[in-house]
Design a protein around this ligand. Structure first.
Ligand SMILES: Nc1nc2c(ncn2[C@@H]2O[C@H](COP(=O)(O)OP(=O)(O)O)[C@@H](O)[C@H]2O)c(=O)[nH]1
Ligand SMILES: [Mg+2]
Length: 282
């Protein structure tokens, strides 16, 4: 056994930051009927989903933004409102990628979203503002049920958000639920990836210096565990450190967040181009 840091990195630290930033900023779906790529974040409560969206926002605003998305006191609530998050480009405009955020069913409260509801989300049947109810599935009679979703309403990429420091604590039940969501997404042909958060919490060497992220021996092990957990290859797993306290903007943290975001957009764009524009009738 060697030290905490491997002499060789298992992935190259992203270098062409400005180019990636430019391509994300100017991204526009090739399909005219689609306004944006819709990214669905899913994962246990406290995994860092809201903080990731905040981190992306901070990256684009070039200052740290927080608060607005924090789940705060209501994280154990039984209902969860379906909300779309946009990143503002200017007063009038947003970037052409949007986020939706869903949490898994939690023991023991069993709050969270049922797999059947998630399937409806994936297909674009759930409108903004819908309050998920862990006791009842969305009904076709609901005002916020979209009976005729277009490609624009559908989810184009699914992101599992998993905390690096808690992978071993993920219960069998939670794992099954995540795998079922993965299966449902795969059935729709929707691509998936994993964002591995809290790499700073997990590895002291990474906390010291984020550029060590791809040289951390223990973190590589967590990447492999996450890969096994959901059956996604290690190259679909993106370690990040979110802006979680009063931190100054950091170029290296941004680089990791941007690599993950760019991959989400690229996979989402591939999915869009593989679909027909016709509204789906079920
Ligand atoms: N150290 C550290 N803390 C994080 C990171 N990401 C999120 N957090 C913290 O983890 C907690 C839960 O995050 P939150 O985004 O609310 O989780 P959510 O339930 O998935 O939306 C918050 O206190 C965050 O500040 C990270 O990368 N590193
Ligand atoms: Mg949240």
């Amino acid at each position: 056994m060697g030290g905490a840091l491997l002499s060789k990195s298992w992935r190259t630290f992203p270098e062409d930051y400005e180019r990636s930033l430019y391509s994300v900023k100017t991204y526009k779906p090739r399909k005219k009927s689609v306004k944006h790529v819709r990214i669905l974040l899913h994962g246990p409560v406290g995994a860092g989903k809201s903080t990731f969206i905040n981190s992306v926002n901070s990256l684009f605003q070039r200052r740290i933004t927080c608060g607005a998305l924090s789940d705060g006191a209501n994280w154990t609530s039984f209902t969860q409102k379906y909300t779309t998050y946009k990143i503002e480009k200017s007063m009038k405009e947003s970037y052409n990628f949007i986020f939706n955020d869903t949490k898994g069913l939690e023991e023991p409260t069993n709050s969270g979203i049922d797999i059947e509801d998630i399937k409806c989300v994936l297909k674009g049947h759930v409108r903004d503002g819908y309050k998920f109810d862990s006791e009842n599935q969305i009904s076709e009679d609901d005002d916020l049920y979209n009976a005729n979703p277009t490609l624009n309403d559908k989810v184009h990429v699914v992101v599992f958000v998993i905390p690096a420091d808690k992978i071993s604590l993920i219960s069998g039940a939670m794992r099954t639920k995540m795998r079922n969501i993965r299966l449902a997404a795969s059935e729709e042909g929707i691509p998936q990836l994993i964002v591995l958060t809290k790499v700073d919490e997990y590895c002291p060497k990474v906390k010291e210096d984020i550029t060590h992220v791809y040289r951390s021996r223990t973190l590589k092990e967590q990447v492999d565990k996450a890969s096994q957990l959901l059956g996604l290859p290690p190259n679909c797993i993106f370690p990040v450190q979110n802006y979680h306290t009063e931190m100054a903007p950091n170029e290296n943290m941004n680089a990791l967040i941007l690599v993950a975001l760019k991959q989400m957009i690229d996979l989402g764009e591939d999915y869009l181009n593989s679909q027909t524009d016709e509204p789906e009738n079920e």
